[in-house]
Design a protein around this ligand. Structure first.
Ligand SMILES: Cc1cc2nc3c(=O)[nH]c(=O)nc-3n(C[C@H](O)[C@H](O)[C@H](O)COP(=O)(O)OP(=O)(O)OC[C@H]3O[C@@H](n4cnc5c(N)ncnc54)[C@H](O)[C@@H]3O)c2cc1C
Length: 411
């Protein structure tokens, strides 16, 4: 019989971990909560980092919580501390600072770390950046202020954010990606062209289908990059968005099932009772599509944090949601809703491109499984997004070509 108040340990104080801590406190007033992070800050908004990078937002506006918020809720926030091991048999976690923390329930909310650029010429060379943390952002800003040229490398959201930051700060910017167009997992050549046209308006040179072969440094900083197709591109700095590796290593010596992420059911619990995962690092069972997947979005991590907090405190709430990723895209917006996968053979898609605002185009794509709406992607005007999300939530069946057209032009 348990004679003590319940002890919760949460690894990672991003939006998933901090929301879970808050929910636990509301559901279990007497419990103890330890919230651990290797970073020096309480929760800040990663989604706001691009605007801080661009100079549109000051640092204070990026912060969401302060240390006092944790003290008021008796949540023990331990910063600048790396969890080095989890022992599920003894129910303890250990840290690099020598702490051993026992738990009754454990949450792994460790997100992912960015993949570095590994090509010749990068060893010991400064000013080649990933873009994940507040500290990354501060160092990139400092270098941007003394640079004239930059290369943003990669074909997904982070490379776009870096490219946008470089261009808005007035750097001569090249955006280089291996794929035939940006976001090839969800877009198609038409949609890719819409994005290229927006980037070009901001003075960015976009290069597809090529890769960095090596970096040619001078005095320990980049001078130019050489590409596999023989281009030489001046770069005082490089911003790299080559995907992330989910932080699952701490579970390597445990029986917890790990694939790409930490495998959890719809209640966000792993195969080891009392051990949970949430946010980017969770490979969760999604009843709406009938299989497990990972999801790297703010809204998903926030909603996971709420559900897992309830369940760790003894509740039984399933996580069922239509994931949505929204982001600025230069001077327009992009929204990716539900399952938007161009290379999924089970899905068909229809798309439409039309003139939009500010000289840009609107682009909209719907993803269907057996005529049921399962996903959508919108570039440009966000009008009609809420209705689209509703239709996807309900797996609406599109019956006729006229209805297709109506949904593609929803306002
Ligand atoms: C630049 C940028 C822009 C983004 N823009 C958008 C956007 O526009 N829209 C959107 O929906 N999403 C966006 N995202 C994604 C979104 O921010 C993430 O999906 C979300 O923040 C994930 O939250 P999380 O709590 O799961 O993990 P994280 O926020 O990654 O938090 C995990 C924490 O755990 C720490 N940690 C890991 N391992 C250990 C360990 N062993 N010991 C101690 N601490 C550890 C990490 O350092 C980190 O602090 C963006 C992300 C970035 C980086």
């Amino acid at each position: 019989m348990v004679t003590h108040d319940r002890r919760y340990v949460i690894i990672g104080n991003g939006v998933a971990g901090t929301t879970a801590a808050d929910t636990l406190r509301k559901n279990d007033p007497n419990c103890s909560i330890h919230l651990l992070t290797n970073e020096p800050y309480p929760l800040y908004n990663r989604v706001s980092l691009p605007r801080f990078l661009q100079g549109k937002l000051i640092e204070q506006k990026v912060m969401i919580r302060d240390f006092a918020w944790h003290e008021q809720r008796n949540i023990k926030l331990i910063t600048e501390t790396i969890v080095t091991g989890v022992h599920t048999d003894e129910q303890v976690v250990v840290t690099d600072s020598g702490l051993t923390l026992p738990y009754d329930a454990l949450l792994v909310a460790t997100g992912g770390w960015a993949n570095p650029l590994r090509v010749p010429g990068t060893d010991g060379v400064k000013h080649i950046y990933n873009f994940v943390t507040l500290d990354d952002t501060k160092t990139i800003i400092a270098r941007m202020l003394e640079s004239r040229t930059a290369v943003a490398y990669g074909g997904s959201f982070i490379s776009y954010e870096l490219c946008d930051g470089f261009a808005l700060r007035g750097l001569n910017t090249t955006w280089l990606m291996r794929g035939p167009y940006w976001l090839r997992s969800a877009l198609d050549p038409e949609g890719g062209e819409v994005v290229d046209n927006i980037a070009k308006k901001f003075g960015v040179e976009v290069i597809h289908g090529d890769e960095i072969e090596c970096v040619i440094p001078k005095d320990g900083v980049p001078n130019y990059v050489k590409t596999k197709k023989g281009r030489e591109i001046q770069a005082d700095m490089l911003g790299v968005g080559l995907g992330i590796t989910l932080n699952t290593k701490i579970l390597a010596d445990t029986p917890v099932e790990v694939r790409q992420g930490v495998v959890v059911n719809e209640y966000l619990e792993t195969n080891v009772p009392g051990v949970y995962a949430a946010g980017d690092v969770a490979e969760f069972y999604d009843p709406t599509i009938g299989h497990h997947h990972t999801m790297g979005t703010w809204d998903n991590a926030l909603a996971h944090g709420r559900v897992v907090g309830v369940n760790m405190a003894g509740g039984h709430q399933a996580y069922v949601d239509v994931p949505t990723y929204t982001s600025p895209l230069f001077d327009v917006n992009i929204a990716v809703v539900g399952t938007a996968e161009s290379n999924n053979p089970e899905l068909t898609s229809i798309s439409r491109r039309e003139p939009g605002e500010k000289g840009n185009e609107n682009y909209r794509k719907l993803f269907l499984r057996d005529n049921k709406m399962v996903g959508a992607l919108m570039i440009g005007s966000p009008k009609g997004r809420k209705k689209l999300v509703e239709l996807i939530k309900n797996q609406h069946v599109i019956e006729t070509a006229a209805e297709q057209e109506e949904i593609l032009t929803l306002k």
